[in-house]
Unconditional design. Structure first.
Ligand code: C2E
Ligand code: MG
Ligand code: MG
Ligand code: MG
Length: 281
């Protein structure tokens, strides 16, 4: 086994590093077969109105990795991005989400249920992203305004004019957009006003310390005020306590998502939750 040390005593190649490299190689190899082997599924986390009605859900990707159990996107999305598997995977997510939305649409009680879907930068950057989404919308027959694509500030900043152009094309077909993790990126007000958005999603990092950290309250109030002035609706993610919810409501937040209400659920559990809930119609 080769070991190299430089003058500062840093080890460039040790068993621990070798293990890390091997894990990454295994992860990539496993990801490559996971789609074909149908190891991915979507979980659904409900989104609520102030009155406690279910407004819709966010679809969150999970990977049933053999011998590893259920894996969260934090552990594989970055690698999927780096090796471009995110492109077919992201397409699968949009299709699976729209198929589910189409099922709900057939139930008169669930016809207004919205579904938010996360879009990665590399997926959005594909030249055929817009026709891909429209193909799925048409094939599944979903009402486009019930599909809400979640973009991040960093994705938009990569190419603001390109992003606006793609968003406008989809917007013209009725698709909605939400700015995910809002407040963590480097949005400038100039382009924020140019984006055809319908919603800002307050990042959970600002929600977490509401009530304990004064500055986060100021940030949240500013985001809500900005959303209102831009004519956008606003949802808070990561709402875990009644105190956080009450403060958000007092600040004028209309929609809520977080463990206080429900964790992301597998489809059977989410459908059971819908049965037991008041759904906004
Ligand atoms: P995100 O879009 O900001 O999603 C919110 C994350 O917060 C989810 O983690 C959710 O399970 C978690 N969460 C929900 N409520 C609470 C709460 O009350 N407290 C806390 N601490 N966390 C809460 P998850 O499912 O592990 O997803 C992590 C990230 O992975 C997502 O962040 C999103 O950026 C990405 N992701 C998830 N699904 C997809 C997908 O289908 N495609 C792409 N490109 N990215 C995805
Ligand atoms: Mg999201
Ligand atoms: Mg988010
Ligand atoms: Mg987040």
């Amino acid at each position: 086994q080769i070991k190299a040390r430089n003058g500062h005593g840093l080890c460039f190649f040790d068993p621990e590093m070798q293990q890390k490299i091997q894990q990454r190689v295994d992860l990539e190899a496993d990801l490559r077969v996971a789609l074909a082997e149908q190891q991915f599924c979507l979980y659904y986390q409900p989104q609520y109105t102030l009155q406690g009605e279910v407004l819709g859900a966010e679809a969150l990707l999970r990977w049933q990795r053999p011998e590893h159990g259920l894996v969260s996107p934090g552990e594989f999305i970055a690698v999927a991005e780096a090796c471009e598997i995110i492109v077919p995977l992201g397409q699968w997510v949009i299709r699976a989400a729209c198929e589910q939305l189409a099922l709900w649409q057939r139930d008169p009680r669930l016809q207004q249920l919205q579904l938010a879907v996360n879009v990665s930068a590399r997926q959005f950057r594909q030249a055929d992203f817009v026709p891909q989404v429209m193909d799925v919308v048409q094939a599944t027959g979903v009402q486009p305004h019930l599909l809400k694509l979640e973009l991040t500030e960093s994705l938009v900043i990569e190419d603001v004019q390109g992003a606006i152009a793609k968003m406008q094309l989809l917007r013209a077909q009725g698709v909605h957009f939400s700015m995910d993790d809002f407040g963590t990126g480097h949005s400038s007000l100039t382009y924020l006003t140019q984006l055809p958005l319908q919603q800002l999603k307050i990042d959970q990092s600002f929600v977490r310390h509401l009530g304990t950290q004064h500055t986060d309250g100021v940030i949240v109030q500013t985001i809500i005020g900005m959303a209102r002035n831009l004519g956008l609706d606003v949802i808070a993610e990561g709402v875990e306590t009644p105190v956080q919810k009450d403060l958000l409501a007092a600040y004028g937040c209309e929609f809520f998502q977080g463990y206080l209400f429900s964790p992301p659920l597998p489809i059977a559990a989410f459908d059971a939750l819908l049965k037991a809930s008041v759904v906004r119609s």
